[in-house]
Ligand binder design. Structure first.
Ligand code: ADP
Ligand code: ADP
Ligand code: ZN
Length: 216
C-alpha cells in the first residue's frame, strides 16, 4: 500500500510510521529524518536546509520535491511506502501525484492523525531523540533508563526545533501551509481521519484496523 501519514508536528506520525513499517514491511520515508541525516553529514543539502529547520520554517519545495522523487524511485518502494512529513504544501502534493503517475503508482490513502493543539505542544516539548532514529517522550513514552536509548544505548537529545519558540512557529506554519491539504485530499477521496489523542498503542490499533479494512 502507498500511504501518506499526515498531521501536525507532534501528532505521532513518526511514532506510528515506525510501528507500521515494522508490521507491514514497507519502507518508512521521513523527510525530516532524511534532512537531519544530511545535516549531520554536513552535505550541501543539509547546510541549505539547516537555516529553515532551525527556525521551524519549511525547506523550499523544489528541494523536497527532488528528494522525494529520488527516494520513491528506489526499488524498496516497489511494493509500497509510508510517507511521513511529506507533502506539507499544495505544490508538494501536486508534485507527488505527478511523480507517482510517472512511476505508474497511485496513492491509496492519506491518514490524517488528528490531535488537539494543546496536546501538541506538550508532546513536542517532551520529545527526546536518539541518533539511531528512535524517539521517546519524557512522560508518554519513556525509555527504560532515563536519557538512554532502549535500542542502541546512546544518550538521548532534544531537537533544536523542539524548543518552545520554534515549536510555536512550526504550529503556525502547519496551520497556514499544510492544513489546507486536508481539503485537497478530502476532495480527492483518499483522506481518512484517525483520532490521535489516545495512547500510542490505541492509535496504532485503530490505524491497523483502517488499513486492514482497506486491503479487503
Ligand atoms: P511527529 O512525527 O508527528 O512530529 P512523533 O511521532 O515524533 O510526532 O511524536 C511526538 C512526541 O509525542 C514524541 O515524543 C512521541 O513519543 C510522543 N507521542 C507520539 N504519539 C503519542 C501518543 N499517542 N500519546 C502520547 N505521546 C505520543
Ligand atoms: P515534525 O516533528 O514537525 O513532524 P519533521 O521531522 O517532519 O518534524 O520535520 C522537521 C523539519 O524539517 C521541518 O520543520 C521542516 O523545516 C523540514 N521539513 C521536513 N519535511 C518537510 C517538507 N515536506 N517540506 C518542507 N520542509 C520539511
Ligand atoms: Zn538509539
Amino acid at each position: 500500500m502507498n500511504i501518506v501519514l499526515f498531521g501536525p508536528p507532534g501528532s505521532g506520525k513518526g511514532t506510528q510510521a515506525k510501528l507500521l513499517a515494522e508490521k507491514y514491511g514497507v519502507p518508512h520515508i521521513s523527510t525530516g529524518d532524511i534532512l537531519r541525516g544530511n545535516l549531520n553529514n554536513e552535505t550541501k543539502l543539509g547546510l541549505e536546509a539547516k537555516t529553515y529547520m532551525d527556525k521551524g520554517e519549511l525547506v523550499p519545495d523544489d528541494v523536497l520535491i527532488g528528494l522525494i522523487k529520488d527516494r520513491l524511485s528506489d526499488s524498496d518502494c516497489a511494493s509500497g511506502f509510508l510517507l511521513d512529513g511529506y507533502p506539507r504544501t499544495l505544490p508538494q502534493a501536486e508534485a507527488l501525484s505527478k511523480i507517482l503517475s510517472e512511476l505508474g503508482k497511485n496513492l491509496d490513502v492519506v491518514l490524517n492523525i488528528d490531535v488537539p493543539d494543546e496536546k501538541l505542544l506538550k508532546r513536542l516539548a517532551g520529545r527526546r531523540m536518539c541518533v539511531c532514529g528512535a524517539s521517546y517522550h519524557i512522560l508518554f513514552n519513556k525509555p527504560k533508563q532515563e536519557g538512554i536509548c532502549d535500542l542502541c544505548g546512546s544518550k538521548l537529545y532534544q531537537r533544536d526545533d523542539d524548543k518552545e519558540e520554534a515549536i510555536m512557529n512550526r504550529l503556525v506554519v502547519y496551520q497556514n501551509q499544510t492544513r489546507p491539504l486536508i481539503d485537497h485530499y478530502t476532495q480527492a477521496g483518499v483522506m481518512l481521519t484517525i483520532n490521535g489523542a489516545a495512547d500510542i498503542e490505541v492509535v496504532f490499533n485503530g490505524i491497523c484496523r483502517m488499513l486492514d479494512d482497506l486491503r479487503k
